[in-house]
Design a protein. Sequence first.
Length: 156
Amino acid sequence: MSKFGSSSNKKEVPQASSNSLSDIVFMLLFFFMVTTQMRETENKVKVVMPEASEVAKLERKDLSAVINIGSPTLQYQALYGTDARIQLNDAFKTVADIRDFIASERDAMSEAEQSLMTVNLRVDQDVRMGIVSDVKQELRRCSALRIMYAARKPAK
C-alpha cells in the first residue's frame, strides 16, 4: 500500500527567526535620527498665508532668507502687543535691522550662490501693506531684489 495520502508524515514549516528584527528596527531608528532636520527657528508671529491662484515651489530652500511678518503669538502679545511685527530668525526686529540680516545671510553663502539668494516673505493675510512695502523698500536698498511671497494653494 502506498503512503501518498497519509497525513501522518506532513512536515511543518519552521517559524521565521526574529533574532535580527531588533537590529533592523534600531538601524532604521538611527537612520531617521541622523537624517531628520529640526526646525531652525521658532515662529513667534502668527502667519496665516493667503491663497494664491498661481503657486510655484521654491527650488532651493537653502538659498533663501525668510522674513516673517504678522501679529505676535499669544505668549508674546503681552510684551509686544497685537500690531504686526517683523521676525528675523528667532527675534523681533525693525525695518532698519533688515540690512544686517541680509548681509549676514549672504555671508553664510558661497560667492557663487550669493547672487541666487531669494528673500522669502511669509506675510499674514491680515497684515496691512504698509509694513510690507517698508520691508520691500529696505530690501531694495540692500540689493536683495529676488523676492518671493509665501502662499498656499486655494482650497478645492
